[in-house]
Design a protein around this ligand. Structure first.
Ligand SMILES: [Zn+2]
Length: 263
């Protein structure tokens, strides 16, 4: 799982669930059963909502020592204060056939304020410049491949100290190298999408849909203008942002190499 639920005390819940679950005939396996319920919880958190059948199918009969996953679901999970007792879980009204839901709790999500004031590259100095990048770019950050861009609402803010701003600027403008892999995903900030929709496939089409086409065109214009020596009307950080955005989108395969090449 991702780390945005750092306040969730997994061990404490495992112990509590171990006490809640009906033990098997020999009085064993409570902890294993508790762990299987936590596995269901993880899936529910990831997907936002899931039906009974899907959740039931996640349990392995061998581990929980029930005949079938359905037996485990019916006798150990459904109707007991186990899965539904976990934070953010909303169980369906009996008989409706509605899915189970997970709603992120207030305060859950990234701790933006804790991270917002350090340089994403050296993680030490005070920010001086930086850029706002489209959500999919988070994948290019160090540690960013653990983050689902669809869990991000809006842009990813990468802040850099003065020294790192110049390093990143040189990389992007002169060497055409993205500075993002040098930046720590934990040191950048974004708003968490309130309800995650894990069922949405984050394929290239989705990534593309998350970007405003006109915005991409603007970035291409800025980079072109800078290469033509005609970028006085843009601030240096705006130009940095344009370079880094285009490098990233190319790397992610969202735009082709020909989109911003010089004539
Ligand atoms: Zn720095």
């Amino acid at each position: 799982m991702t780390d945005e639920n750092a306040s969730f005390d997994r061990d404490a819940w495992r112990d509590q669930l171990s006490e809640e679950v009906p033990p098997d005939q020999d009085g064993l396996f409570s902890e294993r059963r508790a762990k299987e319920i936590l596995k269901m919880y993880d899936h529910l958190r990831e997907h936002g909502e899931l039906g009974n059948d899907h959740l039931a199918s996640l349990a392995s009969p061998d581990i929980v020592k029930c005949r079938t996953p359905e037996t485990f679901w019916a006798s150990v999970v459904k109707g007991t204060d186990t899965l539904r007792a976990l934070p953010g879980v909303i169980s369906p009204k009996p008989g409706t056939g509605d899915p189970w839901e997970y709603r992120p709790l207030a305060g859950e999500g990234r701790k933006m304020s804790a991270n917002v004031s350090v340089c994403a590259m050296c993680c030490v100095a005070e920010p001086y410049g930086g850029y706002q990048l489209p959500a999919p770019c988070v994948r290019l950050l160090d540690g960013g491949d653990n983050v689902d861009p669809s869990a991000i609402d809006g842009e990813v803010a990468v802040e850099l100290c003065e020294e790192c701003t110049h390093v990143a600027r040189r990389m992007a403008r002169d060497d055409e190298t993205s500075p993002l892999p040098e930046c720590d995903a934990d040191a950048v900030s974004w708003s968490s999408a309130e309800v995650w929709n894990g069922q949405r496939q984050v394929d290239r089409r989705t990534l593309r849909a998350q970007l405003d086409r006109r915005e991409i065109a603007d970035q291409i214009e800025i980079v072109k203008a800078h290469r033509d020596g005609d970028s006085d009307r843009f601030s240096p950080s705006k130009i940095d942002e344009a370079y880094v955005t285009l490098l990233s989108l190319r790397e992610l395969g969202i735009i082709g190499h020909d989109n911003d090449d010089e004539e």
